[in-house]
Design a protein around this ligand. Structure first.
Ligand code: MLT
Ligand code: MN
Length: 312
């Protein structure tokens, strides 16, 4: 199986259009230890021909332009794509807005939980993807689903869904239900085990996760590869950076550092490769030379970047 980190930044991307924090400023200047990154997306292929996209980011046009594997093959018909399916892990803007750029009467399939499909259903703008051409298929929770193309042929990729602690999409938060997770329900945020049907290889993809509990630890132990929520390094970094008032927890993201953080929580597990993705523009690890980036690497983590390729 081949994987490509198509976009390694969190919502807003890096640099973010209105961000003047030093990281975005230096990324804009082209400082060489600070690489720009597009918004959260991953691609997987089991056969080098069909690709499954995991999340469709607002940067998808630019991402496809930067990823030859996702472009029409030279010998393909006048309208064509190697993207057979798009699988969504939640309904956040950074994960669904790219669907709008995949119009043009191209056939492919969308897979998502009932909760996420309901968001597409309720927002008529997604009908630019004519449901007669772009079928929407439900991903059952706690189940393995083979990802099939529009002709119902296997892509060679299957996914196992599991629920992770998270949050409903920001634009759907119910402020009257703050105590109940702003209306968050099961299926709003999932993690995925992405598997090749042809080899024994698999990878865990969890771009959003608010907490690591024992069940998740048990699941991840002995994984060969993990791509995990790298939104913030410290829970309060949006505040200390002066860019916002929300903590990582309030946004549904577990921070990396400290006794409660993801580095420590997963430290004792046997995991072949551990890679942070969905990195927010306030996260100091975006600077390769920062002490925080050094700490992350010392703890055995890789820092995801656009175009990063993983072969399993
Ligand atoms: C998140 O990951 O918390 C969301 O993408 C935030 C957003 O909607 O911008
Ligand atoms: Mn996000």
């Amino acid at each position: 199986m081949r994987l490509k980190v198509v976009g390694s930044a969190a919502g807003g991307g890096f640099p973010q259009w209105n961000c003047n924090f030093h990281l975005s400023r230096n990324a804009r200047k082209g400082v060489d230890n600070i690489r720009p990154r597009t918004q959260s997306s991953l691609a997987a292929s089991a056969d080098e021909a069909q690709w499954v996209l995991f999340n469709a980011s607002p940067d998808i046009r630019e991402q496809i332009a930067a990823t030859p594997e996702l472009q029409p093959a030279e010998t393909a018909p006048p309208r064509s794509t190697p993207i057979s399916a798009v699988v969504l892990t939640n309904a956040d803007v950074d994960h669904i807005a790219g669907l709008l750029s995949l119009r043009e009467r191209q056939r492919f399939v969308i897979y998502a939980t009932a909760r996420v499909l309901a968001v597409l259903e309720q927002n008529a703008i997604f009908n630019v993807l004519d449901p007669a051409l772009v079928e929407r298929r439900e991903l059952a929770l706690h189940a393995v689903t083979p990802i099939l193309n529009w002709e119902n042929r296997p892509t060679g990729i299957s996914v196992e869904t599991f629920v992770v602690p998270g949050k409903i999409a920001l634009f759907l938060e119910d402020q009257t239900r703050a105590e109940q997770g702003f209306g968050t329900e099961e299926g709003d945020t999932i993690g995925l085990k992405i598997m090749s049907d042809y080899t024994a290889s698999s990878v865990y993809y969890i771009p959003g996760c608010a907490r690591i509990d024992d069940a998740l630890k048990k699941r991840l132990d002995r994984a060969s590869c993990l791509l995990f929520d790298g939104t913030v390094y410290t829970d309060d970094e949006m505040l200390t950076s002066g860019v916002g008032a929300k903590t990582g927890q309030r946004m549904g993201h577990l921070h990396m550092s400290g006794p409660e953080g993801s580095m420590q929580a997963l430290a004792d597990l046997a995991i072949g490769r551990r890679i942070y993705v969905h990195i927010n523009n306030t996260n100091p690890i975006l600077d390769d030379r920062s002490p925080e980036a050094e700490t992350v690497r010392k703890n055995g983590w890789e820092i995801g970047y656009d175009g990063m390729e993983i072969r399993l």
